[in-house]
Design a protein around this ligand. Structure first.
Ligand code: HGY
Ligand code: MN
Ligand code: MN
Length: 416
């Protein structure tokens, strides 16, 4: 298939202005964003994205999970579209680029095609996947997971946030529960541009990550039950301090992950302590262990060791423990042909590039189970993400979007 000429590039300053415009919606308190899924801020961002897509001549479809699909027609209306996108929802203390770059770079591809009057055989569809972050409603990548048949829609609708609100009710409340049945769309291919969310590209002074694989993820919710008691009058030997037990388990999590160095990782990002009162020994703690590795056998070993070693800690302290798997996916190998299209695009454009394993999970990890999929990554400053200080350069954003543009347009088969 013919590829765009190496001099064909996107409009990097328009892309940057669009990113900064979206960043004004759901601002954080330290320069980032708090645009959590199916909140009013999420809805406002969706409306802005929809307006931009309409202005670019796209027609918008929304499915029953709120996934948004902005379609630019190809010359063959029956050809399966090439999809490109990511997510607009953010962490509560998120950055301006995680996910958002992937959606708005897709819009920039459309805008550039319009500028250059490029026609492709396959239609192109820019996608915003609902609830990629999984922070308000676990698990992560919820809506792309339903689209890929991993979860049922009813199960997804029933997910509850910390205030007991249900995902399905909130999606309907903000007015973004579409009527298109989720998962009915078929794809020719799917591409996602994402910031690396790690330090490798910047440290190696490389502009483009050609993502060949994504590491697997396991989320286990742990509940330890001890006994509420007075922090002043309860003698130390009589205490059943669930908070202390959790601290010992978290030390063990660190040890387990480090035993599989250098690739495995482990931590608890979600921790609830009950009753969380200054002068009450915590009688209950609920926390989620996030284990990841490129190798499934390592993830399984870490899960097994967590259970046996945490059980031993809690038994010795005369308390009880419960484990519940609340999320996860196996390591992912992306589609060779799509990965090659990304690598060739970087080569053609003269951008430095290296193969990369994604440390973070992405919607592409689920879509890859259904359709040929690949990812492009650009560096981020200090590898920092899931932090309001997350930062990229305009040049990095433009280079990543140039590569995305070439890979998408080549895969969609340029007609003129
Ligand atoms: O958890 C992840 O890896 C993604 O950022 N949701
Ligand atoms: Mn993301
Ligand atoms: Mn994220």
């Amino acid at each position: 298939m013919p590829a765009p000429g190496e001099n064909l590039k996107v409009n990097g300053s328009r892309l940057w202005d669009t990113l900064m415009e979206m960043a004004k919606i759901g601002p954080g308190i330290a320069g980032g964003n708090n645009r959590q899924t199916v909140t009013d801020e999420d809805s406002e961002g969706r409306h802005l994205f929809q307006d931009w897509c309409t202005a670019a001549g796209c027609t918008m479809g929304v499915d029953t999970m709120g996934n948004m699909f902005a379609r630019r027609e190809g010359t063959d209306p029956d050809a399966l579209p090439v999809y490109v996108g990511s997510h607009l929802d953010t962490q509560p203390t998120g950055g301006k680029y995680d996910g958002v770059l992937g959606v708005l770079s897709g819009l920039e591809v459309i805008r550039t095609m319009n500028d250059l009057d490029i026609k492709t055989k396959h239609p192109i569809v820019v996608t915003n996947w609902t609830n990629e972050e999984g922070t308000r409603f676990a698990p992560a990548m919820l809506a792309s997971g339903v689209f890929a048949g991993i979860h049922t829609q009813d199960w997804a609708y029933d997910r509850e946030d910390a205030k007991g609100k249900k995902f399905g009710d909130e999606l309907a409340r903000i007015g973004w529960k579409g009527d298109e049945p989720v998962g009915e769309r078929k794809m020719h291919a799917f591409f996602e541009l994402h910031i690396e969310q790690g330090p490798i590209l910047e440290a190696e002074n490389i502009q483009i990550g050609v993502v060949t694989h994504g590491q697997g993820l396991s989320w286990t919710e742990v509940t330890i039950t001890g006994k509420d008691a007075h922090t002043g009058s309860t003698p130390m030997p009589m205490r059943k301090n669930a908070g202390l037990a959790m601290a010992r388990v978290l030390e063990k999590v660190e040890e387990i992950a480090l035993s599989h160095a250098p690739h495995a990782v482990g931590a608890a990002g979600h921790i609830d302590v009950y009753p969380n009162s200054r002068n009450v020994i915590p009688g209950k703690v609920v926390f989620t262990i996030d284990f990841r590795s490129p190798e499934l056998s390592v993830i399984e070993d870490m899960e097994t060791r967590l259970k046996t070693e945490a059980q031993a800690i809690v038994d010795a302290m005369d308390m009880t423990i419960d484990f519940k798997k609340v999320g996860g996916f196996d390591p992912v190998a992306f589609d060779e042909t799509c990965v090659t299209a990304v690598r060739n695009a970087a080569e053609r454009l003269g951008y430095s590039h290296m193969d990369l394993i994604s440390g973070a999970g992405h919607d592409a990890c689920w879509i890859n189970r259904m359709y040929p999929t690949a990812m492009v990554m650009c560096p981020c400053v200090d590898g920092l993400s899931h932090n309001e200080a997350e930062e990229i350069s305009q040049e990095w954003a433009a280079a990543g979007t140039d590569v995305l543009f070439h890979a998408v347009v080549e895969t969609a088969e340029i007609v003129s």
